[in-house]
Each structure stands twice: as C-alpha cells, then as structure tokens.
Design a protein around this ligand. Sequence first.
Ligand SMILES: [Mg+2]
Length: 329
Amino acid sequence: MPQRPGASLHAGVALRELDEEEVLAQVLPLLPADPDAVVGPGDDAAVVITGTRIVTTTDTVVLGRDWRDDWSSGADVGHKVVTQNLADVAAMGGRPTGVLLTLVADPAVGLDWVLDHAGGVGEACRAAGVGVLGGDLSSAPPGVVMVSVTALGALPGDPVLRSGARPGDVVAIHGSLGLAAAGLRLLEAGTPERHAKAVARQRRPHSPLAAGPQAAAAGASAMLDISDGLLRDGRRIARASGTVLDLDPGRLQSDVDALAPALGRAAAQACVLRGGEEHSLLATFPGRMPPGWRAIGVVRAAATGQAPGVLLGGRPCEVGGWDHFRQSR
Ligand SMILES: [Mg+2]
C-alpha cells in the first residue's frame, strides 16, 4: 500500500521535550492570520468585528476513532477537521470567516506530526479564505490525540434550516456522493490504488463552500452537508420538516457507475447512498436551483399514517449511514 506522506505520529522530537511556547513559535507561522481580526492569536482571547449574524459550530476528531495514523497524515487530519467545520457553516447559508483550533495530544507525539498537522490546517484555511483566530494546546493521557475546530461564519440573510422542506420542492445535491466512503473501503481492503481519487477524498474531504450561501440567496428551503450518508442526512431533513424526501435512483446512477469498477456495483451503491464524510451539500429548493446543483428527487407530503423519512424510487429503504454512538455503518 502506498504510505501516506508526512511524519508519523511518534517520529522525531517528542512534544514532552519542548515547552508550549517553543511549540507555538513553530506552529503559528503555519496558520493564516485573519486580516479582519482586531486581536489574533497570542493574547488571552481573539477579538473580531462583525456587522452580520454569526454562524458558529464545532467538531472534533479523535485518533483511532476518526482517523488512523497509518492512513492519514497530520496534514490530512488538519484538512478534514477544518473542512467538516466549514461545511457546517456553509450548510446554514453562511460564509466561513475564521476558526479556533484545539489540539490535545499525548506528550509522546512528535513535533514533526504537529507541524505537519498545522500545515494542513493552514492550507485548508487558506484555500477557504479564512484565518485562524486562536486556539489551545493541551496534553492528554498516553495514546490520546484529539483535534477540535470551532468555526465562525457570516450569515448575510436568514439561516437555511433542516426544517424548511415543503412538498413540491426539488431535492438537490452539490458535489460528489460516495467518494470518501469508497476511499475508506479501499484503505480497509488494502487496495487504495483501485481509486486514487476516492482515497484522496477520504483523507482530505472537499466541500463546495461557496454553494451554501449561493443556495441560501436562491431561496433554498432546507440544507445540510452530507456527513453521515445521503439517506441518513436526507432523513434528518425529512424528519425536521415533517415531509418525505423521495429520491430518484436513476439520478444517482452516474455516482454509482463512477465507483463500481473499483468496488463492485453493490458496494458502490452502498457508498453513494450511505457513505459519510463526503461534505457535499444537500438542499431543497421551492423554485429554480442555482448553477452547480443537480436534482436527485422531490419532497412529498407524508401520506396519512406514513412517517416522515426518505424513499428511494417511491419505496422505503434501509437508511444505514454512520452513527457515532452505535459506531455502525
Ligand atoms: Mg453538518
């Protein structure tokens, strides 16, 4: 298997051999500043000026639970935790403006891993045009490494909630389906060469961040990012809205076709329908969709006695997807 690039977790000088100031002196130059911050990293807290509503969210990744050191580099982990947070801001209709970063690590972790990680955080933030406002560095018991990001975003209009889908709305997706889950399956099978793009997407997810505010401006009635699978996340919109999302399997065929040669058809279909960590945006529109979105279904009223949920081609389906506490897929 091609080794992931970047320092492994315990290579080189360990954090325990340095003090916090020495670590921060090397980490901070890797992180982009927020040009609009009145006070950035280095004081007790950051200060920003805002003229709009602020969206804020937080998300954490844990070694051994959300990533494996032999599959993902520190930089990959940085990309992933930033992207999943910024995707949540975009999914509300917000434009990400800044992040706060917390690293909690076993002191045996190497400085090189931390710098690689900070480099990945910096790269993902720069790509999204957001600065790092501040953060925290803390030590943990042996074996524990955890990264948490809190993101801020500006919300020019009303937030797009999960509860706004109405019968007759079009269900639409912006971005890919199933790639990140396919990459995970290939890493698990030890055959990452079968679909390099899927494996790259598992390591570094991509979210169409600009599409969130565009969808909001175009009147999207509900929106979220696909973090736990199309069917499971679709059901979240359906339940919050008290509606049924009826997805058209024919509209998902190209996604399945793209993965089938590497995975086989059944697994490809499972990834498209139930694969998490994709961070594409799923929304419902009462009118015309903005460019870049594609229709994959319609919102229907729940029939008498029918629970709100997701249908596939008019039929009930096994939702599956990722559940953190049941730890099942
Ligand atoms: Mg989300």
